[in-house]
Design a protein around this ligand. Structure first.
Ligand SMILES: [Fe+2]
Length: 402
């Protein structure tokens, strides 16, 4: 195998001489009797095993996990629990200490097609909408390139944020892309070389410090417990870190929403639409949403850090026709982005570029509190007694479970 260019163990910058910040105390996991999604776990350290049979078995499990679930837990990826909790502490510090001046100065503008900057807890537009209780800071390439585009309170820890994202992108993400390339029976660097965007700690993607405040009654009355609409991520891999407050839910093949269980220190990885398309539908960009947690966690804040890896913006994604897996088994034409893009290609039309695709979805985001559009006859339709959102972006129909 061609080894990743970076080390497989994270070596964070020193904290010596830095201001002390409050550590992050994970709230207790839920005790509720919840039907959790049963996801596969892969041990990334096994990639370095000298025994080819062990590595083969790893690829086999990855193949099953991405076909069946589109989500998987990854352990032994080279970041210790303490190192991970340090990143949560920095995110907590950002949200507790960002000044009003920085909130105003760094206010985001999603209609520009990127989430860069600060999200207030009032919806997914620059202007103030109804309270949704979700705050973010999103670091894109320009934020990584210019510290003045980030909140002053995190400047002393900026090297740690940068180092962490570089490690996750260039080592963990790259190793995962190697495994996925092997599932497609392509050279190890295929996805890294042909789809992954590069430059800066997250390429064209971004790092998010998200804080979900407990769901307010006024928000719940409008959203019915929903915190983020069901959606697929549009890029390459999404690297989430498992958190104790159970709010992330994934849509199963049995058409049920299930919470993803807390697994301390685990990385929760899901696949974006670019990977679904490149793989000819063999990889699944799984639908997921954020929903109110079980009753015993409803007063807790939910802190979450996420890296969204991105494909190269100028590319128009196509299935990797060189893949022996695709050549042998053909496409998997399940309902999703792959199928919709295929319809366009079959009609001789150009599919959107990756940048157009992601920017149109970011700019056109809808609020969970938008009771006008969130009803049948507007954004929603009923299929076999189940509610779905149906929207169109750049001539592509997107149908997602509510
Ligand atoms: Fe997502």
């Amino acid at each position: 195998m061609s080894a990743p260019t970076s080390a497989s163990i994270f070596a964070p910058p020193s904290i010596e001489g830095k201001p002390t910040i409050e550590s992050w105390s994970p709230p207790p996991a839920t005790q509720a009797n919840v039907d959790f999604a049963d996801l596969h776990t892969i041990d990334l350290a096994l990639m370095d095993s000298p025994d080819p049979a062990v590595v083969e078995e790893l690829v086999r499990i990855v193949k099953i996990a991405i076909k069946e679930d589109g989500f998987l837990y990854v352990v032994n990826y080279g970041v210790s629990l303490d190192q991970l909790h340090r990143q949560f502490a920095i995110a907590q510090h950002l949200h507790r200490n960002i000044s009003q001046e920085d909130q105003d100065r760094l206010l985001w503008d999603p209609e520009s097609g990127v989430y860069s900057g600060y999200k207030r807890p009032y919806g997914w537009k620059r202007e103030k909408l109804a309270l949704d209780g979700i705050k973010h800071f999103n670091f894109y390439r320009p934020e990584f390139a210019d510290i003045n585009r980030t909140p002053t309170c995190i400047h002393p820890f900026f090297d740690e944020i940068t180092g962490f994202c570089e490690y996750m992108t260039n080592s963990v993400n790259r190793r995962l892309l190697t495994l996925l390339s092997r599932v497609l029976e392509l050279p190890d660097d295929y996805l890294w070389d042909n789809a992954q965007s590069k430059g800066g700690p997250t390429g064209e993607g971004y790092f998010r410090h998200a804080l979900f405040q407990p769901l307010a009654e006024e928000t719940k009355a409008l959203s019915k417990g929903l915190r983020m609409h069901g959606h697929c991520d549009f890029g390459m891999l999404t690297l989430l870190f498992s958190v104790p407050v159970s709010s992330l839910q994934i849509w199963g093949t049995d058409e049920k929403w299930r919470y993803v269980k807390y697994s301390p220190g685990s990385l929760v990885v899901n696949l974006g639409e670019t990977l679904e398309i490149i793989s000819g539908g063999h990889f699944k960009a799984t639908r997921h949403r954020v929903f109110e947690p079980p009753e015993d966690q409803r007063t807790f804040e939910r802190l979450s850090i996420v890296i969204f890896e991105s494909s190269v913006g100028d590319l128009r994604m196509e299935p990797a026709s060189a893949s022996p897996l695709i050549q042998r088994e053909g496409y998997v034409n399940y309902q999703g982005c792959f199928k919709e893009f295929k319809k366009l290609r079959d009609a001789g039309m150009a599919v959107p570029t990756n940048r157009q695709w992601r920017e149109s979805q970011i700019a056109g985001g809808r609020e969970v509190t938008d009771v006008i559009n969130n009803q049948v006859g507007k954004d929603r339709i009923e299929i076999d007694g189940k509610l779905f959102t149906k929207r169109e972006f750049l001539g592509v129909t997107v149908i997602l479970p509510v």
